[in-house]
Design a protein around this ligand. Structure first.
Ligand code: FAD
Length: 321
């Protein structure tokens, strides 16, 4: 069976959930091989994690000559690895997380391998045939790469990770990085301040605030903390400068698909829906009973969020005891 290369999404060796989603998808297409570009001394830990989701092989590319640079060396390393795997038994597809970095790596790789590229897939089935949700979720497009090795970037939450034991055989791969790939160097980096909340795109619960918050996100944050959720926002809240863009959900923000999405003070514009409409259970709090968001919800509360959210938070906290 041909290999399916999956680029591991990780922060300092901590594997992020989209990797497990990609491995789950990879199993539909061929034999999953995870690619770890990172410190070699973390490889065995990473291999233990990804083999639980079906990785038969774990290619390790030590990043000591890569990590000081932006994405070009990663694309070069992946190219060399894909060419080697291609000559060994074939590569059915290369799956990459749809992050900003992932998409840049994928774009560069597609040129290097002269292969077709599909970005922001929300589903990938045998073929591989991809599904994309475009024009603010108004159209669903199915597509297929017709030339070269299909390179596909997949949005987070596009598959439920399924555990299945793979061999997890570690293979070191030594890439030769050209000077041309080292022309953009990282001069400083600092980790984002930890909020103690789950990462927005991976969270099982998201509580979002919109213009209706009037700029006071405290009730939204308090509810999120009480139920272990992440905080999100509409573009109106972001554009008003109440909360950074990294919290924005929607067409021009992040896509989330949690078990529970609580929209508060958000009208439910099509562009916002595009980023949250696949959530399993949707709850809205809005003082306008005609608000479009109520068309989507499983449970709706017509009321002022500044009254409803503190009451809800208090009740949750009381019951948690
Ligand atoms: P509003 O539409 O103003 O709604 C506020 C809601 O809060 C109202 O329904 C009101 O009844 C309610 N409310 C007011 N006070 C209270 C209160 N005290 N308690 C309870 N409810 C209250 N938007 C996004 O969110 N994400 C995107 O990625 C995005 N991308 C876009 C891309 C393009 C190209 C364009 C043109 C627009 C995009 N937008 C996006 C903007 C989108 O069209 C809406 O303008 C935006 O989502 C509105 O945000 P909102 O619901 O917070 O504000």
């Amino acid at each position: 069976m041909s290999e399916v290369l999956v680029l591991i999404d990780h922060v300092e060796g901590a594997v992020r959930k989209p990797t497990y989603e990609l491995l789950t998808i990879a199993k539909r297409l061929g034999e999953p091989s995870a690619v770890f570009i990172g410190p070699a001394d973390q490889a065995s830990d990473v291999a233990e994690k990804v083999k639980k989701y079906g990785a038969e092989k774990v290619y390790v590319v030590d990043d000591s000559q890569i990590k000081g640079y932006l994405v070009a060396p990663k694309a070069e390393a992946l190219q060399q690895l894909a060419e080697k795997a291609q000559s060994n038994g074939g590569v059915a597809a290369i799956l990459i997380p749809s992050t900003a970095e992932g998409k840049e790596v994928a774009g560069r790789l597609s040129i290097k391998l002269e292969s077709g590229l599909i970005t922001d897939a929300v589903d990938v089935q045998e073929g591989p045939v991809t599904t994309q949700s475009v024009f603010a979720g108004n159209y669903t497009v199915t597509a297929k790469v017709t030339h070269g090795t299909p390179i596909i970037t997949v949005k987070p939450n596009s598959a439920a990770p399924e555990e299945s034991e793979g061999a997890g055989t570690v293979e070191e791969f030594s890439a030769t990085i050209s000077d041309a790939a080292k022309t953009a160097q990282i001069v400083a980096s600092q980790p984002r301040q930890a909020t103690g909340r789950p990462e927005l795109t991976e969270a099982a619960i998201v509580v979002s605030g919109g213009r209706g918050t009037g700029g006071n996100f405290e009730p939204v944050e308090n509810l999120a903390d009480a139920i272990g959720g992440a905080v999100g926002a509409s573009r109106a809240a972001v554009d008003s400068g109440w909360i950074p863009h990294t919290f924005q959900i929607g067409q021009t923000g992040k896509t989330v698909s949690p078990q529970l999405y609580v929209a508060t003070g958000i009208s439910g514009a099509i562009q916002h829906r595009a980023g949250m409409q696949t959530s399993k259970t949707i709850v809205a709090v809005n003082k306008d009973e005609e608000a479009a968001i109520f068309e989507l919800v499983d449970f709706g509360v017509v009321g002022d969020l500044h009254t409803v959210l503190p009451a809800l938070t208090e009740e949750v906290t009381k019951r948690k005891g």
